[in-house]
Design a binder for this molecule. Structure first.
Ligand code: GLN
Length: 218
C-alpha cells in the first residue's frame, strides 16, 4: 500500500504538491480538518502566507492535532511558509503567529533574496543541482545542532532536515523536478517509490529512517 500523504489545504500552493507526490507513487489527500489529518501518514505544509495559515490552523482545530502527530513522529515536509510553521524561531513574524517549533532553526520571513522578492536559482545538493523557485522566501539564519543541511544557495542553507522533518525555503513543487518529493516519499515509506523518483536532490536516497510514529510513553 502506498503511503497516504496529506497536503495541508487551508491556504496557499497545495495543488502542485499533490500532483508531484502522486507522480512519486504516493496517494494524497487534502487536509482541512482534524478528521482529514487522522487519515494520513505524513503531511506537506505548502507555501502561502504563514501568518494566515497559523490563524486557519487554530480556527480549524488543526493546530493542536498536527502538533500531537508531529510529537509522535509523523513525517512532515514544510516549504516556504510551511518551513516557517515548523521553525523554532520566527523572526519578523506577526505577533500572534504561531509555529510548531519542531525544527531547531531560526527563520526570518521575507528575507531571502536581495533587491527582488522572488527569483530562481540553482541550489547545491549532495545529489547535484536542484532548480530553486524562491517566492518571498524566508531566510534560515541559524541552524541548530542535529539539523542537517541538505541544500544551500551561495553557501546559505535552504533545505534542512532533522529526522522525519524536512523543510525548504523554496517551492520544490514548482521546479518541474520531483526528486525532493520522491525523497520525502522515501522517508515516509522506504521502498515504495517508483524507480527514477527516489533519488532525492536532497541527500542519501533511502536513508535509514524510522518512520513509524513513536509510541508515547505514559
Ligand atoms: N512570505 C511568506 C510568509 O512569510 C512565505 C512565502 C511563500 O510561502 N512563498 O509566510
Amino acid at each position: 500500500m502506498p503511503p497516504v500523504i496529506g497536503v495541508l489545504a487551508l491556504q496557499g500552493a497545495f495543488a502542485a504538491h499533490a500532483e508531484s507526490l502522486r507522480r512519486c507513487g504516493a496517494s494524497t489527500s487534502e487536509v482541512r480538518t482534524p478528521g482529514d489529518l487522522a487519515a494520513v501518514d505524513a503531511l506537506v505544509m505548502p507555501g502561502g502566507e504563514s501568518s494566515t495559515m497559523s490563524q486557519l490552523l487554530e480556527s480549524s482545530g488543526l493546530f493542536t492535532a498536527v502538533a500531537a502527530r508531529i510529537s509522535k513522529g509523523m513525517a512532515v515536509l514544510g516549504t516556504c511558509a510551511g518551513m516557517i510553521l515548523l521553525a523554532s524561531e520566527v523572526l519578523d513574524g506577526r505577533s500572534d503567529q504561531r509555529s510548531f517549533s519542531t525544527l531547531d532553526i531560526s527563520v526570518r520571513r521575507n528575507a531571502f533574496g536581495r533587491q527582488i522578492d522572488s527569483f530562481e536559482a540553482s541550489i547545491d545538493t549532495p545529489e547535484g543541482p536542484f532548480h530553486g523557485v524562491f517566492i518571498r522566501a524566508p531566510r534560515i539564519e541559524r541552524v541548530g545542532p542535529g539539523v542537517d543541511i541538505l541544500g544551500s544557495l551561495d553557501g546559505e542553507p535552504v533545505l534542512v532536515r532533522r529526522g522525519n522533518v524536512l523543510a525548504a525555503s523554496f517551492h520544490p513543487e514548482l521546479a518541474g523536478d520531483d526528486r525532493l518529493h520522491g525523497y520525502f516519499v522515501s522517508v515516509v515509506s522506504p521502498g515504495d517509490v517508483p524507480d527514477g523518483h527516489h533519488r532525492a536532490g536532497a541527500g542519501p536516497a533511502g536513508a535509514a529512517v524510522d518512520t513509524r510514529e513513536r509510541k508515547r510513553e505514559g
